[in-house]
Design a protein around this ligand. Structure first.
Ligand SMILES: [Zn+2]
Length: 432
């Protein structure tokens, strides 16, 4: 079966590499802004925008005529082309959102990107994209050293079992990363190795996850210790940052430090999630997890909560892919399914339960249990409800759509439907 998968590597760049990386990020920003300005002009005059293809054509003419744009040839033409595609999609999403055809938060009109204020990133949708040993090779940028080995992907490509569709390069804190969108041919077992097994998972704040399986085993994965340590650091760094004068060098440095700590906390959490989800998907045929109102949650101002929230979406994506790969299935509970507010013993409801209430105490039958365990039990019940199963991770790969590969599902577009399985989507890089 063909699945879409992302392989992400940190780049150990030289100063020369970095000039190229920054130049491409600048080119992408410029092209976006240039295209957006053209679209606005046309919209004011004719009431419509340019498509990505039209913008690309316009750009090709103008870049040769305007001597001020002579630097264009320093960067791969992909950087510009993909920026126009991004812009086209942003405009389309804006219209959809306005018409109420798009789930999640209302989107505003695309904005101009400002250096230092926007995320540095660009994409290659064509050209030489390769990896080998501890290197990746990209158009224009040439061969770059990676922090970890790229051999797993390289050997899949050599064996003809994987095809690189696009490469997105981005910067987080002071590190650059390349993420390949890859179409991979995977052998998926017809049935799970342990048929009949099921587990309900409650993703938590205090613990990474709490789960109850069909034999009544309670599994708690703490895994949050390093996260808690970095939370302390985060709190201090963010206080430090806000005390410095705006626009000052010190503020910039404090902000960089804060971003680094953020990035590290995220990668610690991601690692822990990968390990946990790999094990669970191998051991249980049916995994039940909650759907989460990701948009609503990121608005939460509590730091611990906010950091944990980001993990929910990731965990669900990982589970979707990994259960499928093991011949199992992920059942996603409707986000309104009251898993924490329901008594797992008698089914009674508790109308008000705040995050502070760590123990669930039932008013009807007196059942008392850890809040997360109670929630996990309720989720497990859904496994028996016979929800149907389908492809979880990218059964609908359409080759040749390099620029539009949904490598990551955006928060806010999360599946909001009924209890059932997760729709086709790409996972993030697996197997660390
Ligand atoms: Zn009860």
């Amino acid at each position: 079966m063909k699945v879409l998968q992302a392989y992400k590597y940190a780049i150990d760049h030289t100063p020369r590499d970095e000039r190229g990386l920054r130049s491409h990020a600048g080119a992408k920003r410029f092209a976006w802004n240039w295209g957006l300005a053209r679209c606005r002009e046309r919209h004011d005059a004719e009431g419509k925008w340019y498509s990505a293809a039209e913008l690309h054509k316009l750009w090709n003419t103008e870049k040769k005529q305007d001597p001020a744009l002579a630097w264009w040839s320093e960067n791969s033409k992909c950087a510009y082309q993909e920026a126009f595609r991004d812009l086209e999609r942003a405009l389309r999403d804006f219209v959809k959102s306005k018409k109420g055809q798009r789930k999640g938060k209302r989107l505003g009109f695309p904005r101009f990107k400002k250096r230092g204020k926007c995320r540095d990133s660009f994409r290659f949708g064509a050209g030489v994209m390769r990896c080998e040993g501890t290197t990746v090779t990209l158009p224009r940028l040439g061969t770059l050293r990676t922090h970890e080995s790229t051999e797993e992907l390289a050997s899949l490509v050599r064996a003809g079992r994987a095809r690189i569709l696009s490469a997105t390069v981005s910067r987080t804190a002071q590190r650059w990363f390349v993420s390949f969108a890859v179409e991979v041919e995977r052998d998926v077992p017809e049935a799970h190795a342990r048929p009949g097994t099921a587990i309900g998972i409650d993703l938590g704040v205090k613990t990474l996850l709490t789960a109850v399986d069909n034999t009544g085993n309670i599994i708690e994965i703490p895994g949050q210790k390093p996260l808690r340590a970095s939370l302390r650091k985060l709190r201090r760094a963010s206080r430090d940052c806000s005390r410095k004068q705006k626009g000052s060098n010190r503020r910039r440095k404090a902000a960089e430090r804060l971003a680094r700590i953020h990035a590290r906390a995220a990668s610690v959490r991601e690692d822990a999630l990968h390990k946990a989800t790999t094990q669970l998907a191998a051991r249980y045929e049916t995994v039940v997890a909650e759907d989460l109102n990701v948009t609503g949650m990121t608005a939460n101002r509590k730091l611990a909560r906010a950091v944990a929230d980001q993990g929910f979406g990731e965990a669900r994506r990982m589970l979707a892919c990994k259960t499928e790969r093991n011949g199992g299935v992920l059942v996603v509970a409707d986000r309104w399914y009251p898993s924490s507010k329901t008594c797992s013993s008698c089914g009674g409801r508790k109308p008000s339960l705040t995050l502070k209430d760590r123990i669930y105490a039932c008013d009807h039958c007196g059942h008392t249990e850890d809040r997360d365990v109670n929630a996990a039990r309720n989720l497990l019940k859904l496994a028996a409800s016979g929800a149907e199963s389908e492809n979880a991770c990218g059964g609908t790969v359409r080759p040749g759509l390099a620029g539009r590969v949904p490598v990551k599902q955006e928060p806010g577009t999360a599946h909001a439907g009924k209890t059932g399985t997760v729709p086709a989507q790409a996972g993030t890089a697996d197997e660390h």
